[in-house]
Write a protein that binds this ligand. Structure first.
Ligand code: NAI
Ligand code: ISE
Length: 335
């Protein structure tokens, strides 16, 4: 059994806790913490024997914790990931690894100094069956070389911690990571186009259109609509030289009745990516149990996504096309 310490017991913290205690094999959650002590206390009621720590640092230091899962807000990730690296404990950090390039550089530097990989980042789309099948179709060459991709990332509403730039740093980061993975190329420039605003979003610039260019000259457009009310809708279509490949609909049932065709739309990410989170966390737990380095999205991937995210925020602010350059990739992350 891998003894897990969970930092942040909000929406995804509780969802991962449920899967680690009721769905997956090989984990026992021995410690939790949340800056909101009331939430932590309430969550601990369902976890007899678990220690509720006052701080994330105390949790990381707990000898009854083998590995750490970080599910607090993005800007707080860095301090806990650094604490876990310093303690030599493996850490699964929800996305984004951190919300700025500088913070991610510090994490990469700490991991390189430790001389071994200890960090995995929660970019779960890499574990989603539909995305995996899409990537396999592209990699097979069946549609020719991929030239463009259309994406849509639609949320019914936004979480409480959402700020002005979260539409990039918290939401678009999923497409940023997915594009690097699916195309197998780095992103080299970003632009943002801004239409009139959705009245549901207050003073948030919502929706917006993010345009990404890859090193090999592919162009990706991402529609971000985070207050669209009707549900959670994730789309992706790759345009190749000879054909296209796109994510299918996820509906298990389609009802035709009364002159209409209806199929359900997921409510949120919990429903749409449930299975992807299961696979992601089970594989991570298995590597921790086996004493192996994590095999999923690394601190380098978290860093690369943050650089593109920073550039996209700059593009949103200035209206300009912003070029992107990554630092040299340390040997720890090659091969
Ligand atoms: P949330 O607001 O529901 O929960 C976050 C919890 O962290 C709250 O209970 C809050 O009190 C706690 N917290 C904040 N600062 C803290 C600190 N310094 N120390 C300890 N606890 C602290 O937010 P949600 O939606 O659960 O998101 C949390 C993280 O997970 C974010 O980074 C978000 O981007 C990521 N996330 C990832 C998803 C995915 O699809 N992979 C889906 C949803 C969230
Ligand atoms: C949230 O934090 C997630 O990661 C969801 O997957 C994403 O769709 C949503 O926009 C974010 O706020």
């Amino acid at each position: 059994m891998v003894r897990i310490g969970l930092i942040g017991t909000g929406a995804i913290g509780q969802d991962h806790l449920r899967r680690m205690t009721r769905v997956l094999a090989g984990a026992t959650v021995t410690a939790i913490t949340d800056v909101d002590a009331e939430v932590a206390k309430r969550v601990a009621e369902g976890l007899p024997g678990a220690t509720v720590h006052a701080t994330g640092e105390d949790l990381v230091a707990d000898p009854a914790v083998d590995a750490v899962v970080v599910c607090s807000w993005g800007p707080t990730h860095e301090q806990y990931v650094l604490a876990a690296i310093a303690a030599g404990k493996q850490v699964f950090c929800e996305k984004p690894l951190a919300t700025t390039e500088e913070a991610c550089r510090r994490i990469v530097a700490a991991e390189v100094a430790a001389g071994r990989k200890l960090v995995q980042v929660g970019y779960m789309r890499r574990y989603d069956a539909a995305y995996r099948t899409l990537k396999a179709a592209v990699d097979s060459g069946e549609i020719g070389a991929p030239l463009m991709m259309h994406c849509a990332h639609r949320n019914a509403g936004v979480p409480g911690f959402y700020e002005k730039e979260s539409i990039i740093t918290d939401t678009a980061v999923h497409e940023i990571d997915m594009v690097r993975w699916l195309f197998g190329e780095e992103i080299t420039a970003a632009r943002v186009l801004v239409p009139r605003r959705n009245r549901n979003g207050g003073d948030l610039q919502d929706p917006l259109l993010l345009l990404l260019e890859t090193a090999g000259g592919a162009l990706i457009d991402v529609e971000l609509s985070v207050n669209i009310r009707y549900g959670y809708d994730i789309r992706g279509e790759v345009i190749g030289e000879d054909g296209t490949a796109e994510l299918g609909t996820q509906a298990e049932v389609v009802v035709r009745s009364g002159g209409r065709v209806a199929s359900p739309v997921p409510l949120d990410w919990r429903e749409r990516f449930a299975r992807a989170y299961d696979v992601e966390l089970q594989e991570w737990l298995d590597t921790v149990a086996a004493g192996l380095p994590p095999a999923g999205p690394s601190a380098w991937d978290g860093y690369a996504a943050a650089v593109v995210s920073d550039a996209s925020v700059a593009a949103l602010r200035t209206g300009e096309r912003v070029e992107i350059t990554l630092m040299d990739r340390p040997a720890l992350y090659t091969g």
